[in-house]
Design a protein around this ligand. Structure first.
Ligand code: FE2
Ligand code: FE2
Length: 204
């Protein structure tokens, strides 16, 4: 399996090199790793090679068009004639990987049609992590020219609104079955965090 992952990674890396910083090859690596973790955790009986290929193709076209990148990649997975990796799979397998790629975004409204789709979407969402959220919103706000005090206030409000025990962010059953413990610890952390804690994370 490791050799297969390496080959797939090398094959699609050129697309990720063109993407924005948040969607480079290390993002695909982490989606692949997380997807395999989900399979092991839930002891799912699924073709791992399909999971690996879906993970490494899901964001290949972010640089082409951010809004439709899932549609473009999905069409590619289904139809591309000259792809050495995809040509090793049957039409049915390609259809199933294409569906997972199409449905990977968190904004996807419909019901995800297969277990492969749920795995990829969940792996793409990743594990909730308070430091990561703080640093990402800090980066975002500071590029908009706000003062550090304003930023810390906003991050604090945002954390409470969205991620606390009463926050509006919901996690579906599938996500909870994999990351339930992590989510519960995370909510508690958010409930208890102070503005001083946020400053510490930023200054670290
Ligand atoms: Fe994406
Ligand atoms: Fe992604």
């Amino acid at each position: 399996m490791q050799n297969f992952i390496k080959r797939v990674r090398e094959y699609y890396k050129k697309h990720y090199d063109l993407n924005d910083e948040a969607h480079r090859i290390d993002h695909a690596d982490s989606v692949c790793e997380e997807a395999l973790f989900i399979i092991d955790t839930l002891k799912l009986n699924i073709n791992k090679r399909m999971v690996v290929v879906a993970a490494y193709t899901h964001d290949i076209f972010c640089s082409v068009n951010r809004k439709t990148h899932n549609v473009l990649a999905s069409k590619y997975v289904l139809n591309e004639k000259d792809d050495e990796i995809l040509n090793e799979f049957s039409k049915g397998q390609r259809l199933s990987m294409a569906e997972a790629v199409l449905q990977h975004r968190s904004s996807y409204k419909g019901e995800r049609s297969s277990i492969l789709s749920r795995i990829i979407a969940t792996a793409d969402m990743g594990r909730v992590n308070i430091k990561y959220i703080i640093l990402r919103s800090y980066k975002y706000h500071s590029s908009n020219g706000k003062s550090d005090i304003e930023i810390v206030d906003e991050i604090y409000e945002h954390l409470q609104d969205k991620f606390s025990s009463n926050g509006y962010r919901k996690y579906d059953d599938f996500y909870m079955s994999v990351y339930g413990d992590i989510v519960n610890d995370f909510k508690k952390e958010v409930d208890e965090i102070t503005k001083e804690d946020i400053i510490k994370v930023i200054e670290e």
